[in-house]
Design a protein around this ligand. Structure first.
Ligand code: PMP
Length: 435
């Protein structure tokens, strides 16, 4: 197996200077038994090299943005060109118009767009805009959906759909949690109760239309249509958080995905974006119906600003990334690889008597250690974290890099090769045999 003395040494050093040794808690190995996370020093295509010169096949893909693989030449060239022209102006640029047009063409519910720096900012602002537009204050969200780390969305389920939330994080005031109602995903009945109870106060219903944060979970047939209809009847806005899902499954958003053919019935008022649209550099964006977006300063009373927003490097990387994704066949190829990998994993787990539930949505999938379907957060929580931790370590020690969480997806990229897939299947077979 792989040895990582230098990662261990750097982790000890990082702990002295960086809180928890990591700059995002999801990077720590806390959920998989602790210890030093792997310190990477280089990435190319579907591969990582750590500080001990071990090579890994990457399925973490930076939690989603790296869909073209690392250091894709077209994106690298765009970033290099942007850097040479100056990285930040504090003025508008033509590049921003180009990326805004590309987003609008792919996501027709976005009449107007605004760029920000992260998914968190994008989501946070859609909530402000919805509140400004409706002059109401409460939001309804779904248990287990992650919408970044702003106060309002760090609120977990109360005891039922007609109760208010409790803060999920210290530092979030109860008064803010009182503005949030959490209901189970895929449960229109619970949504209807929540809307009946709080309807006149609800500014928006916020959802990951295709979930990426407690596994990959599709909405059941009719769920998004029902959600949109009921929300509108209550006079509230529909916000899609597509920070993970946009451009992940096809060139577009959930709103234009072939799984939901009635695009008018699943059309949101506002959409939050991030990750892929920045091609690996920091970005977020939000957009929606013209009248709603006109709430935003300088046109309207809802304030939102950003020193780094729309910076030429992030925008250039985003344009280049979308250009790569426009090439014919890229999604089909990722699909085919995900199908091959997921079915081999399932076969291998079955052979060794290990319960495994794979939810695959085109080129990405989640693999939960359980023997029941995963359609909502309760079912995702009720999966075997210890088994996942064991599998995670056995894979890592064979040079396969997954996210250190039982909830996270495996992401394919345009850079994974058939050799990568074969090596991963062989590693998983050895891991399951050992478990
Ligand atoms: N929304 C969703 C659906 C996400 O998956 C994430 C990040 N994982 C965010 C929002 C927050 O994005 P960021 O980390 O860029 O702030």
């Amino acid at each position: 197996t792989i040895q990582r003395p230098r990662s261990e040494q750097l982790y000890a050093e990082a702990l002295e200077h960086i809180v928890g040794g990591v700059n995002s808690p999801s990077r720590s190995f806390k959920a998989v038994g602790g210890g030093a996370p792997v310190f990477m020093k280089r990435a190319q295509g579907a591969h990582f090299w750590d500080v001990d010169d071990n090579r890994y096949i990457d399925y973490l893909c930076a939690y989603g943005p790296i869909i073209t693989g690392h250091a894709h030449p077209h994106i690298t060239e765009a970033i290099t060109r942007a850097a040479a022209n100056g990285t930040l102006y504090g003025t508008p640029t033509e590049l921003e118009i180009t990326l805004a047009r590309m987003l609008k063409e792919a996501i027709p519910s976005m009449d107007k767009v605004r760029f920000v720096n992260s998914g968190t900012e994008a989501v946070m602002t859609t909530i402000r805009v919805a509140r400004a537009y409706t002059k109401r204050s409460k939001i309804i969200k779904f248990a287990g959906c992650y919408h970044g780390h702003s106060d309002l969305v760090l609120v977990a389920a109360g005891s039922g759909p007609s109760t208010l939330g409790i803060p999920d994080s210290a530092g979030v005031p109860v008064s803010i949690a009182n503005e949030v109602i959490t209901v189970p995903f895929n449960d229109l009945e619970a949504l209807s109760v929540a809307l009946e109870t709080f309807g006149d106060d609800v500014a928006a219903v916020m959802v990951e239309p295709i979930v990426g944060n407690f596994g990959m979970v599709m909405p059941e047939p009719g769920f998004l249509e029902g959600l949109c209809r009921m929300t509108r009847e209550a006079g509230a806005l529909v916000i899609y958080d597509e920070v993970i899902s946009a451009f992940r499954f096809h060139y577009g958003s959930a709103q234009t995905y072939s799984a939901f053919p009635d695009h008018a019935a699943t059309r949101p008022d506002l959409t939050a974006l991030g990750k892929i649209i920045g091609g690996g550099l920091p970005i977020g964006a939000y957009g929606g119906r013209k009248h709603v977006m006109e709430q935003v300063a300088p046109l309207g009373p809802a304030y939102q600003a950003g020193t780094m927003a729309g910076n030429p490097a992030s925008i250039s990387a985003g344009i280049a990334c979308l250009e790569v994704l426009q090439q014919p066949g890229v999604y089909e190829r990722m699909d085919a690889q995900a199908i091959e990998l997921a079915s081999a994993l399932q076969g291998s787990a079955d052979k060794h008597g290990i319960p495994l539930t794979i939810n695959r949505i085109r080129g990405s999938f989640s693999a939960h250690f359980c023997d029941h379907p995963v359609t909502n957060y309760d079912e995702a929580q009720d999966t075997d974290g210890e088994r996942f931790a064991e599998f995670f370590r056995l894979m890592l020690d064979q040079g396969i890099c997954l996210a250190p969480s039982k909830y996270e997806a495996w992401f394919l990229t345009t850079a994974h090769t058939s050799e990568d897939i074969a090596a991963t299947i062989a590693a998983a077979e050895r891991a399951f045999a050992q478990m």
